[in-house]
Design a protein around this ligand. Sequence first.
Ligand SMILES: Nc1ncnc2c1ncn2[C@@H]1O[C@H](COP(=O)(O)OP(=O)(O)OP(=O)(O)O)[C@@H](O)[C@H]1O
Ligand SMILES: [Mg+2]
Length: 250
Amino acid sequence: MNGEYILDVRSLCKAFGGLQATTEVNYKMGPGELSAIIGPNGAGKSTFFNLISGFHRPDKGQVFFKGVNITSWSSHRIARFGMSRAFQVSNIYLKLTTYQNVRQAILVQQKRTLDLFRRAEHMARQETSQLLEVTGLQEHRQEMAGTLSQGDKKRLELALALAIKPDLLLLDEPTAGMSVEETHATMDLVARLNREMGVTILFTEHDMPVVFGYARRLTVLHQGMLIADGAPQEVRADEEVQRVYLGEEV
Ligand SMILES: Nc1ncnc2c1ncn2[C@@H]1O[C@H](COP(=O)(O)OP(=O)(O)OP(=O)(O)O)[C@@H](O)[C@H]1O
Ligand SMILES: [Mg+2]
């Protein structure tokens, strides 16, 4: 990798009409981090993800990923270059089985690198099983994706995001709508992907116990601005952060 940062965001700005959704955000991530971005509703967390992954064009500023300026790249090109987003439900083919969904994602990825490799299909089979194993979906491999529980659908989204072998994984509210058990199972999996597969992970989350249970670094956005960044306990003690959350338990 070029440079010491996997992600280096400089002076990022984005307005929707008169609303400034992102204002001069500077954010750097080293390889191997497991970090969270938090902030009240409408703080600009999803917009930030959309900007760095090429779904929105910034008005100003730059995004460097693995040392390369990707600011004007399309979302597809950024994904192929190793930045993956999970939990857009639209990624799942509801009428295919869990196994077929994951295998399809792997084949799409291999077509890029293994065009002339005749055993690609066979390889995909092994890799598919491996990903199903990692994400705990083996027992559901023959079920239609549309009939999976909310938690298993999210795990499938994760498996699809991993099929491109990302260096950086962006998770926007990975546990939204999950039971407490599903939340912990999913976040344990996220932590394991970070620890064992070396994937750098950035997630947003509203549930504070989840944030403090899993993130090793916290960044707070408020009205499009980055107001705090650091170790979770430091950020928790920050006066401005306390004010923004208006006495909520941070
Ligand atoms: N495509 C868009 N067009 C117009 N306004 C938008 C668009 N996307 C986001 N916004 C506005 O930008 C602001 C930031 O929204 P964003 O979705 O990034 O917040 P968020 O921090 O992800 O909130 P939440 O916690 O509710 O998911 C909000 O005021 C939102 O209404
Ligand atoms: Mg959001």
